[in-house]
Design a protein around this ligand. Structure first.
Ligand code: PLP
Length: 442
C-alpha cells in the first residue's frame, strides 16, 4: 500500500539537469543499440562539462590534514577562508574585497540559488545559456525573461536589447537581475571592459542588478584579458566563483559569492541567514582545506597556467575542425572548455531526416551509428527550431595531458595539433563521426 504523495508543481516543472539527462539518453540509446549488435561502449563525449584534470595535490593533502575537524562552523564560511579568498581576488583579479563581502557556499550553484531567492523581480537569462539557472528559477517559481543573444554580437548581451527589455519590465516596479556568465558557457565568449561598461550603464539606468558568474574566469586563455564585473559595477553585482572548474574540484562543493558593495551589512546578514537555514555550513574539513587553494601557492599557480593552456589548445583545435565541416559554424572560445555550434544551415536537410527541433538534433547525433553526445535544445534555453548545440572539449585523460604538456609544451600550431591528436583520440574520433553524420544528411 502506498500513499499518494502530492508533489509541488514547481518541482514537476523542473527539467532534468543536463548531466543526468544526457546520462539517461545514453542509457536509452544503449538499449536501442543492442538490437543492432552494438554495445555503445564508446561515444564521443562532447556533453559533460567537467574539468578533466586531477585535483591539485596540495589541496588533496590539505583535505586529509583537516579530516578530523568534525565540528560545525560559520554559516557564511570560516573567516580564514574568506580572508584567503579576498587575497586571491586581489592577486588574480586586482580586486579589493573585504571578507565582510565574501560568503562561502556548497558550490556556486547553491550560491546562485540563494541570490535568486533573495531578489524580488525578474531574472533575465541570456540565451544560449548554461542549463543550471533555469531549473532553479522554476523551482523557486520566479519570473524570468529570456534575452536572445545574436551571432553577430558574438552571443553576448547587447546593451540596446537589454535596455529595451528592462524598459518593458520597468512597469513591474521591482528590481531585476541580469545573469552574466563570463567567460561564457556554452559559447566560450569573453566580455571586454567596454562591453561590460555598456551593459552596466543600462543596469544602472534601470536600477537593475547583475549576477556575474565568473566560474571560468581563471580559465581565460589570455588570462589578463579577463575583467571581473566587480571592477565595473561593484555596487550592483553578485560575483560567483569556486573550485569546480579552474582547480578541477567540482566534487569538493565549494564556491564563493562576493556581495555588492553596500553601506550596511544587511545583505551579508541575509545571506548568512539563508545559509544557516538551508545547509548550516559548508563541510568544515573542506573549508579548511580550501584555504590552501586560495592562499599564494606556486604549485596551484603552475597548475592554473598549464591547465588553461591545455584548454586553449584543445578549444582552438576542436573549434577550427568543427568549422571546417560544411554547414556547421562554431564559436572560437576565449576561455572555459566549451564552444557553441550552429547547425541551422543544415536545417532543411535535418528536417528531411525528421529532425525538426534542437532537442531532436541532440537525439539524432547520439543515435546509431554516430553516437555523438552533445547538449542541445531547451537545456541551453534555445527556441525549439534553433539547431544549436554545446560542445564540451574535455573528453580526454587530463592527468596524462597535463604531464605530457609539462614534459614538452607544444610550441607551434603543428605541435599543438599533434598534442590534441595524441592526448585526445576520442575527441578526434568525434570529429570524424560528425563529418560522417553531416555527409549522410546529403
Ligand atoms: C556557468 C556555470 N556556472 C556554475 C556552475 C556550477 O559550478 P559549481 O560546481 O561551483 O556549483 C557551472 C558548472 O557546470 C557552470 O558551467
Amino acid at each position: 500500500m502506498s500513499v499518494n504523495i502530492s508533489i509541488s508543481p514547481n518541482v514537476e516543472s523542473i527539467v532534468m539537469p543536463e548531466n543526468l539527462r544526457v546520462g539517461l539518453m545514453v542509457a536509452e540509446q544503449r538499449k536501442k543499440c543492442q538490437g543492432k549488435g552494438c554495445t555503445l561502449d564508446e561515444y564521443a563525449g562532447f556533453a559533460f562539462g567537467q574539468s578533466p584534470f586531477h585535483v591539485p595535490p596540495s589541496l588533496v593533502s590539505a583535505l586529509g590534514k583537516h579530516a578530523n575537524k568534525g565540528h560545525y562552523s560559520a554559516a557564511e564560511g570560516i573567516v580564514q577562508l574568506r580572508e584567503a579568498i579576498g587575497g586571491f581576488y586581489k592577486r588574480h583579479f586586482k580586486l579589493d574585497v573585504k571578507p565582510s563581502r565574501i560568503v562561502v557556499g556548497p558550490g556556486t550553484k547553491d550560491l546562485i540559488f540563494t541570490v535568486f531567492s533573495m531578489i524580488s523581480g525578474y531574472v533575465i537569462i541570456p540565451s544560449p545559456s548554461w542549463i543550471g539557472y533555469f531549473p532553479q528559477l522554476k523551482l523557486l517559481g520566479k519570473h524570468y525573461h529570456t534575452l536572445h543573444t545574436k551571432p553577430e554580437d558574438g552571443f553576448k548581451v547587447n546593451p540596446d536589447d537589454l535596455n529595451l527589455l528592462l524598459s518593458k519590465l520597468g512597469l513591474e516596479k521591482e528590481q531585476h537581475l541580469l545573469i552574466l556568465n563570463n567567460p561564457h558557457n556554452p559559447t566560450g565568449a569573453l566580455y571586454t571592459k567596454d562591453e561590460l561598461t555598456g551593459i552596466t550603464k543600462v543596469l544602472r539606468k534601470h536600477d537593475a542588478l547583475a549576477l556575474s558568474d565568473e566560474i571560468y574566469g581563471l580559465t581565460t586563455y589570455n588570462v589578463d584579458d579577463f575583467i571581473s564585473m566587480g571592477h565595473i559595477y561593484p555596487e550592483g553585482t553578485f560575483i560567483t566563483n569556486g573550485l569546480s572548474k579552474d582547480r578541477s574540484s567540482g566534487g569538493y562543493r565549494l564556491g564563493s559569492c562576493i556581495l555588492p558593495e553596500q553601506d550596511s551589512d544587511e545583505l551579508f546578514i541575509d545571506f548568512t541567514k539563508i545559509a544557516a537555514t538551508v545547509y548550516t555550513n559548508v563541510s568544515t574539513p573542506t573549508q579548511f582545506a580550501a584555504i590552501t587553494a586560495y592562499e599564494p601557492n606556486d604549485e596551484i599557480d603552475e597548475y592554473l597556467s598549464v591547465t588553461r593552456n591545455i584548454h586553449r589548445i584543445m578549444g582552438r583545435f576542436m573549434s577550427e575542425e568543427f568549422n571546417k565541416i560544411d554547414g556547421i559554424s562554431a564559436t572560437a572560445p576565449q576561455g572555459g572548455f566549451y564552444f557553441y555550434v550552429d547547425f541551422n544551415s543544415l536545417g532543411s536537410n535535418l528536417k528531411k531526416k525528421d529532425v525538426n527541433t534542437s532537442n531532436e538534433l541532440g537525439q539524432s547525433l547520439l543515435g546509431h551509428p554516430h553516437h555523438i553526445a552533445t547538449v542541445t535544445g531547451d537545456a541551453l534555453m534555445l527556441n525549439p527550431d534553433n539547431f544549436g548545440a554545446r560542445i564540451a572539449f574535455v573528453d580526454y585523460d587530463g592527468k596524462m595531458a597535463f604531464d605530457k604538456y609539462k614534459k614538452m609544451p607544444p610550441e607551434t600550431e603543428l605541435d599543438e595539433a599533434k598534442f590534441v591528436k595524441d592526448a585526445a583520440p576520442k575527441m578526434i574520433m568525434g570529429i570524424e563521426k560528425l563529418k560522417e553524420y553531416v555527409s549522410e544528411l546529403g
